[in-house]
Write a protein that binds this ligand. Structure first.
Ligand code: AMP
Length: 424
C-alpha cells in the first residue's frame, strides 16, 4: 500500500526508515519531511494543518494508511477528518488526544480510575493556586494545561518559585495566558518512558526507554525536548512492566473505551518509578522523540502490520519481536538550543559517520541545499547506534558523532550514563 507519514522530525525519519523496509509498503510519502527523510520517502510540501489539503493529497496518491507522528495534528483532529473522508489513519481521535492535550483531563481520568499518579488540584486563577501552594509547601510542580512543547512544566523547589510559575503561566509567559493550571505533588524516583500500541481494546507493550531532558552533561541546565535516549531502560524489569500494564495502561484503555472513545494509537507514558511503584507523570499520544529512534532500531518485527492492526482493532494475539541489543541515540543540536540559535550552517561528514558499525543517523531539523545538508532547527541530528550493551551502543554513537563536521552544533557527552553505571 501507499503510506503517508505526517511530520518532519527525527521521530518521523525513524518511522520512515522502518516502514520503508516493509514489504507491505509500495510508495512512502512524508509531509512535510526533511532532508534525511527524503532518502526514505518522497517528501510532500503540504501544510499539515490544512486537513482538506491532506485529504486531497491522500486521494490523489491512493494512500492506504496515514501515520501521524506529532501531537499537534492529533490534537487538531486530523485522524477524525481523515477517517471521516474514508482514509485509514493511525493515531487517536481529537477527543482521545486530550490525554496529552489536557493535563486536567488526564489527571481526572486517573483519579476516577485509581491510576497511580501525583496528587493534584486544578486551578483557573492565581489567588486559589497560590493559596494551595502556600498550604502544601515545596517542592511542588506547576503545569499549564494544553500543549506547550515541553515548556509548560515547572518543578518548583520553593514556594516563591511556584508562585512565580503561577504568575508566569496565568500572565501569558508561555505565549498566551494559561486558562487552567494543574498543581501537583513532586514525585521522587527514577523516570522512564513506557510505550504501548493500542487498538481501542487491547494494548501491546513496546520496549521501554529513558531519555535525558536537560541540555547539559550530568543532567544539568534547562529542560529540552530531549538530548538523547536509550533502550531498554534497566529499571523497567519484566515485573515492573507488568505492573505498568496492569495498573496504568490497561485501566486507561478500559476507561476510554467505557467513555465511548476507544483509544487507537501509541501510548507514551512518562513514568516515575517511586518506592511505592510506578506512577504516571504524563501521557503523550504519539511516539517519543528521541525515544522512537531507539525503539525502531530495536524492533525486529515489521512495523506496518502492527500499525494497521492497531487501526483495525486487531491487536489481540499480535506479537512483536525485539532485538536483544541495546540502542542509544545522541541528539546533536544547534549551539544556543534550547534558547536562541541560528539556522543554515553546513553539516559535513554524515556519510563517514554512518559507516560506523551499528550506526543509523536520523535527521530532525535539516534542509538540503544542492548537495549540501544545512541545519534547519534546534535539535538537528539524532545519531543512533545499536550494541550488545548500552555502553557499546554509546561508544559507537560517539564515534559517529566525532566524524560529523558541524561547527555550529553540540551534543551531550554522557548519554546513557545511568544505564552504563548499572552495567558496570
Ligand atoms: P512533563 O512535560 O509532564 O513530562 O514534565 C516534564 C518533566 O518535569 C518530567 O519529565 C519530570 O522530570 C518533571 N515532572 C513533571 N511532573 C512531575 C512530578 N509530579 N514530580 C516530579 N517531577 C515531575
Amino acid at each position: 500500500m501507499n503510506i503517508l507519514i505526517i511530520g518532519s522530525g527525527g521521530r518521523e525519519h525513524a518511522l520512515a526508515w522502518k516502514m520503508a523496509a516493509s514489504p507491505l509498503t509500495d510508495k512512502l510519502y512524508c509531509a512535510p519531511g526533511n532532508a534525511g527523510i527524503a532518502q526514505e520517502a518522497e517528501c510532500a510540501p503540504l501544510d499539515v494543518s490544512d486537513h482538506t489539503a491532506v485529504i486531497a493529497f491522500c486521494k490523489e496518491k491512493k494512500i492506504g494508511l496515514v501515520v501521524v507522528g506529532p501531537e499537534v495534528p492529533l490534537c487538531a483532529g486530523i485522524v477524525d477528518d481523515l477517517e471521516g473522508a474514508g482514509i485509514k489513519a493511525f493515531g487517536p481521535t481529537k477527543w482521545a488526544a486530550r490525554l496529552e492535550g489536557s493535563k486536567g483531563f488526564t489527571k481526572d481520568l486517573c483519579k476516577a480510575n485509581n491510576i497511580p499518579t501525583a496528587a493534584y488540584e486544578r486551578f483557573k486563577s492565581v489567588g486559589p493556586a497560590k493559596a494551595y501552594v502556600r498550604k502544601t509547601g515545596a517542592p511542588i510542580v506547576v503545569k499549564a494545561d494544553g500543549l506547550a512543547a515541553g515548556k509548560g512544566v515547572v518543578v518548583a523547589e520553593t514556594v516563591q518559585e511556584a508562585e512565580a510559575a503561577i504568575d508566569m503561566m496565568f500572565g501569558g509567559g508561555l505565549g498566551s495566558p494559561a486558562w487552567e493550571i494543574v498543581i501537583e505533588e513532586c514525585l521522587v524516583g527514577e523516570e522512564a518512558s513506557f510505550f504501548a500500541l493500542c487498538d481501542g481494546e487491547t494494548a501491546v507493550q513496546l520496549a521501554s526507554a529513558q531519555d535525558h531532558k536537560r541540555v547539559g552533561d550530568g543532567d544539568k541546565g534547562p529542560n529540552t525536548g530531549g538530548m538523547g535516549a536509550y533502550s531498554p531502560a534497566p529499571i523497567m524489569t519484566d515485573a515492573m512492566n507488568k505492573r505498568v500494564m496492569d495498573e496504568i495502561i490497561n485501566p486507561t484503555v478500559r476507561a476510554l473505551a467505557r467513555a465511548g472513545a476507544p483509544y487507537k494509537g501509541v501510548f507514551f507514558a512518562g513514568l516515575m518509578i517511586t518506592k511505592d511503584g510506578p506512577k504516571l507523570i504524563e501521557y503523550n499520544v504519539r511516539f517519543g522523540d528521541p525515544e522512537c529512534q531507539v525503539l525502531m532500531l530495536r524492533l525486529m518485527s515489521d512495523l506496518v502490520p502492527a500499525l494497521i492492526a492497531a487501526r483495525d482493532g486487531q491487536l489481540k494475539n499480535f506479537d512483536l519481536r525485539w532485538y536483544p541489543d541495546a540502542a542509544l541515540t545522541v541528539v546533536m543540536a544547534a549551539k544556543g538550543y534550547p534558547g536562541n540559535y541560528s539556522k543554515g550552517s553546513v553539516i559535513e561528514g554524515l556519510d563517514a559517520a554512518a559507516q560506523v558499525e551499528g550506526v543509523e543517523i536520523f535527521h530532525a531539523g535539516t534542509k538540503a541545499d544542492g548537495g549540501k545538508i544545512l541545519a534547519n532547527g534546534g535539535r538537528v541530528l539524532k545519531v543512533c547506534a545499536r550494541g550488545k550493551t548500552v555502553r557499546e551502543a554509546q561508544v559507537r554513537a560517539y564515534q559517529a558523532v566525532d566524524r560529523i563536521k558541524w561547527h555550529d552544533g553540540f551534543c551531550r557527552r554522557d548519554i546513557g550514563w545511568r544505564a552504563i553505571e548499572r552495567e558496570k
